[in-house]
Write a protein that binds this ligand. Structure first.
Ligand code: SF4
Ligand code: SF4
Length: 157
């Protein structure tokens, strides 16, 4: 294919109009509303309904609310929830989870687990800061998930 070089007019060749146009754009943006944020010093406020890090809720006695029914693990499209149930030491329920793990590297934060939970035990918080240095750290265990509860309340996102 033959490339045709466009012919430049005199105005194009002196570059001044293009320079003025460029400067006008720069100056215009200088006075416009700023969209950038000084992260991490300045935190972004997530939109309502944002689905971030999971937490496991506790009941009024401080026990894990989860009754190890496996509904969340069954509904999870990524199959990243691992639960091990055991007989509950309390009279008001049959089972509780001795092991509850979520592999957040596989999770797609769809919220299906939260939707499926009949006990309002598992919930997705507004926490979006989850960077870490090892793969192992992304597997969030029962204690981490229960601790997220307090962390979330204190953090006031
Ligand atoms: S948010 Fe979705 S992918 Fe992540 S654990 Fe829950 S159901 Fe699974
Ligand atoms: S978190 Fe909810 S859905 Fe998942 S096992 Fe516990 S009670 Fe069932």
């Amino acid at each position: 294919m033959r490339v045709v070089t466009p012919k430049l007019s005199i105005i194009d060749r002196i570059y001044i109009p293009a320079l003025v146009k460029g400067l006008y754009t720069t100056i215009k943006h200088f006075f416009m509303r700023r969209f950038t944020q000084e992260y991490p010093e300045e935190k972004r406020k997530p939109f309502p309904g944002y689905r971030g890090l999971h937490r496991l809720n506790k009941d009024h006695l401080g026990r894990v609310k989860c009754v190890a029914c496996y509904m969340c693990a069954t509904a999870c499209p990524s199959q990243c929830i691992e639960i091990e149930a055991a007989e509950a030491p309390w009279k008001d329920r049959e089972k509780y989870p001795v092991k509850f793990e979520i592999n957040t590297l596989r999770c797609i934060f769809c919220g299906m687990c939260e939707e499926a939970c009949p006990e309002l035990s598992i919930q997705l918080t507004y926490i979006y800061e989850m960077a870490d240095v090892t793969r192992e750290a992304f597997v969030r265990r029962k204690d981490d998930l229960l601790a997220t509860n307090e962390f979330w309340v204190l953090k006031e996102y």
